[in-house]
Each structure stands twice: as structure tokens, then as C-alpha cells.
Design a protein around this ligand. Structure first.
Ligand code: UD1
Length: 430
């Protein structure tokens, strides 16, 4: 059993390079299903979700090879299946992204329904309605989505809710449809733009990505391409918050400030001094304690729900009281109970968390519940007095590349330890 062990109280200082974006690389890997030519991807992060996606593609018949550790080549020339099994989909909801590409390329897809999720119901109804609008017959039976279409047809689709993977799924399917598709109320996330850029490099005709209306003129085939994945804005934001919470300084290379405006604005409100360049961001807290900031999550360009847990941790030790309103996912406050175990003063009221900043947190064994929640627990451990042990770190490995190495490089006392099963809750410093 691997755990992350942190002895809190160190001020973070230094430079880091940000990895490729998880939420961009997953749909882009899947986009390789749309062509029989090779797609070469650079800046692919080493993450569990990337490994899971590659396993899924391999099960469908894709061939994947590495180029000197620098690039990944994927060839879907010889697909031999159109089915994504429950075993894989249940470990990663983003597996639903294969639905559109398989349908467009093979005329058929069978994808398991993702099922329950720690951060709320997260239905896929809008993905299914999008495929139906493109002319597919869709049936849900025995826990699987069964979809069929001779050739998809362009359609005018108005999304009920802004959905990131829903927009991506429909956009990918529409690239090979007959005629033009217009997606209104589309997600505007930078990862949607990165996917559109990759698809266009493969020969798709997509315009408007990054706005709320995306137009896709269908083409008869897509080809190969070389694409460099966008830097991860959530990883970037997480390390900025880590530096802010410890009163330190950080410079992040391979970071894109224009994908993080809402987060940077909030960090400035906490008292951080921020500077940005074309591919870097620096934050200096000058040893100060952060001031509390109110947060309301919203689709891009609003404040990202994937940064909510980290700002809850920041507010837990900030000066003042804040209100955190979660508007994208119900039930995304699992981290609050764990932060309370470290001494945080947080009350949950409906979709809001009221956080009264305390002077100090104190270390304790705590448990990661989902990806971003677990990052917030690590951040809290960095400032808690004594030792914090974060259990179930596989959640962190889904989305953060070498988090303990990167934080150690900044001066944190953090390590991954493999404990025997049923190890006692309190662990002496190794
Ligand atoms: C993506 C991100 C995830 C992020 C989320 C919101 C990936 C791989 N994951 O998840 O990290 O937290 O965007 O920024 O990119 N909804 C429906 N019906 C649907 C689809 C969604 O009602 O068919 C609702 C969801 O329940 C939620 C809202 O739409 O309330 C937004 O979810 P969505 O944008 O779809 O999240 P994901 O794409 O799953």
C-alpha cells in the first residue's frame, strides 16, 4: 500500500516544469481512432489515466510505440473491436470519449456506462443525445451503450449544459460526418481547443473552438499528424497554490497564463505577486499568510471546479472567512471531511462551504477520495504541523506526474512510502 508522507512547515521555493495536460491528452489519444494513419504526440504526461487510455486503445486494436521517451506514436490502422468494457470504463470516466470516434470510424460502438462517481451523478445523456442528433441509433442495454450509424450526418446541436467531454465526443464524431455540424453552448475549455487543433492538423475542418459555438465541416477521412499537448493548467494552478500556502516563491516553466486567468486573479486577491511570460508564471508570497478568497466554480473562462479543492485548502489556513460555491458538480466536497481532521474550520451548507481560516493545521492520517481532493490534502499536509499521511494515493497518480518529486524539488519534506497492509495509522518519520 503506497502512501504519501509529509512533514509540514517547509516554505516552498524554486522552479518547476509543468507536464502535458491530462484533460487534453486523453481526448487527443482517443482521436487517433479516427484515422488509419499514425498520430504522433509530444509532451504526453506519465499518468495513470494515460496508461488506462492506452490500454483501452490497445484493446480496440491500436498499436502504440514510444520514440526515445519523447513522443508516442499511435496507429489505429487495424482496429479489431468497437467495444469498451466496464472493467476499463469504471476506472476512468473519460473512456466514454471513444464513443464518437468509434461510431464515426467503424459505424458501431459498444461502450459501458461509466456508473457512479465520487463527485456526483455525472450522467452521459448529452453525449448520447449528440450522437442521436448526428443520426446514430443509440440503445442502452445491460449497462452498455450500443450505438450504430451507416454514416453520421451533420446537425445543429444546442447543448443543454456545458459539458467538456460531451463537446469533445460530438466534435470528434462530427469530423467524419456528411455535412456540417454546429455545436452551440459548447465547452470553451483550453483542452477543447487543443483537441480541435490536433484534429485540424489531421485534416478536420473545425472552427470556433474556444468560443461557445463550434462549427465542424465533415470530411471523408482524416490523416496522421504530429501534435504537442498543451501544458496542464490544473497542475500549474496546484503548484501555484502550494507556494502561496507556504508563503514561498515559485516559477513554473512550460505554463500558459492565458489558460488560468480566473485562478491567477484569485491568487492575486490572496496577496500573491504574480508575473507571467509567454511560457512561464511566477508567484511570490513574500512570506505572507494568504488572505481568504470567495470562489464560485463555473465552466471556462470561469473558475475551474478542478481547482476548487486546492483553494478550499488554501482558505483553510488563510486570514479571514470565505464562501466556496461549487456550481459544476454536486457532492464535490469530499475533501472537506478530511481537511477537518487536520483542524480546518469548514461548514458545508448545500452547495457551499463556509471556511473560517485557522492559524494552524495539525498533521494526521487522511484519505484521498478523488483526484483533485487528494491534491488538496497534500497541499494541506505541506502546511500542517507534524506529519500527515495521505492514503489511497492512486487517485493522485491519475492526474499528477511525480507530485512528491516535484514538491521535494521545491523544498517540501514529502515522500512516497510503501507500507505493509494493515499498517498502523501513525507512522514514524522514515
Ligand atoms: C471534464 C474534465 C474534468 C472536469 C470537468 C468540468 C476531462 C477528462 N475531465 O469532465 O476534469 O472536472 O470537465 O470542468 O476533461 N453533464 C450532464 N450530462 C452529460 C454530461 C455532463 O448533465 O451528458 C453535467 C455533469 O453532471 C456536470 C456538468 O455537466 O454537472 C459538467 O460536466 P462535464 O463538463 O461533462 O465533465 P466531464 O467532461 O466529465
Amino acid at each position: 500500500m503506497a502512501v504519501i508522507q509529509i512533514n509540514g512547515g517547509r516554505v516552498l521555493n524554486g522552479e518547476l516544469s509543468v507536464s502535458g495536460a491530462k484533460n487534453a491528452v486523453l481526448p487527443i489519444l482517443v482521436a487517433s481512432l479516427l484515422t488509419d494513419q499514425t498520430l504522433q504526440l509530444r509532451n504526453v504526461p506519465h499518468l495513470q489515466d494515460v496508461t488506462t487510455t492506452m490500454s483501452l486503445l490497445a484493446q480496440l486494436g491500436a498499436e502504440i510505440s514510444m520514440d526515445d521517451g519523447m513522443a508516442i506514436n499511435i496507429s489505429s490502422a487495424n482496429l479489431n473491436s468497437y467495444a469498451a468494457s466496464y472493467e476499463l470504463v469504471r476506472t476512468m470516466r473519460a473512456s466514454i470519449l471513444v464513443l464518437g470516434p468509434l461510431l464515426a470510424r467503424c459505424g458501431r460502438a459498444e461502450v459501458s456506462l461509466p456508473g457512479g462517481c465520487a463527485i456526483g451523478a455525472r450522467p452521459v445523456d448529452l453525449h448520447l443525445r449528440g450522437m442521436q442528433a448526428l443520426g446514430a441509433e443509440v440503445e442502452v442495454k445491460n449497462g452498455y451503450i450500443h450505438a450504430r450509424a451507416e454514416r453520421l450526418r451533420g446537425a445543429h446541436i444546442i447543448m443543454d449544459t456545458v459539458t467538456v467531454t460531451g463537446t469533445e465526443n460530438i466534435m470528434m464524431a462530427a469530423t467524419l460526418a456528411q455535412g456540417t455540424t454546429i455545436i452551440e453552448n459548447a465547452a470553451q475549455e483550453p483542452e477543447v481547443v487543443d483537441l480541435a487543433e490536433c484534429l485540424n492538423a489531421m485534416g478536420a475542418q473545425i472552427s470556433g473552438a474556444g468560443t461557445d459555438t463550434i462549427t465542424i465541416a465533415g470530411v471523408s477521412a482524416l490523416g496522421g499528424a504530429v501534435h504537442t499537448v498543451l501544458p496542464d493548467r490544473i497542475e500549474t494552478g496546484t503548484y501555484l497554490v502550494a507556494a502561496a500556502m507556504t508563503g514561498g516563491f515559485i516559477k513554473l516553466r512550460n505554463a500558459r497564463a492565458n489558460t488560468l486567468d480566473a485562478v491567477l486573479q484569485k491568487l492575486v486577491e490572496t496577496g500573491a505577486e504574480i508575473h507571467t511570460g509567454a511560457d512561464w508564471i511566477s508567484l511570490d508570497m513574500h512570506g505572507r499568510r494568504p488572505r481568504a478568497v470567495d470562489i464560485t466554480t463555473a465552466p471556462f473562462p470561469g473558475f475551474p471546479t478542478d481547482m476548487q479543492a486546492q483553494f478550499t485548502a488554501l482558505n483553510a489556513i488563510a486570514e479571514g472567512t470565505s464562501v466556496i460555491s461549487e456550481r459544476v458538480f454536486e457532492n464535490r466536497f469530499m475533501h472537506v471531511l478530511e481537511l477537518q481532521r487536520l483542524g480546518a474550520n469548514i461548514q458545508l451548507r448545500g452547495g457551499n462551504a463556509i471556511v473560517k481560516g485557522v492559524e494552524k493545521l495539525s498533521g494526521a492520517p487522511i484519505m484521498a477520495t478523488d483526484l483533485r481532493a487528494s491534491a488538496s490534502l497534500v497541499l494541506a499536509g505541506l502546511v500542517a504541523e507534524g506529519q500527515t499521511r495521505v492514503d489511497r494515493v492512486y487517485h493522485i497518480d491519475r492526474g499528477y506526474e511525480n507530485i512528491e518529486e516535484k514538491l521535494s524539488a521545491l523544498g517540501a519534506d514529502i515522500r512516497r512510502v510503501t507500507l505493509p497492509r494493515n499498517a498502523p495509522a501513525k507512522v514514524a518519520a522514515a
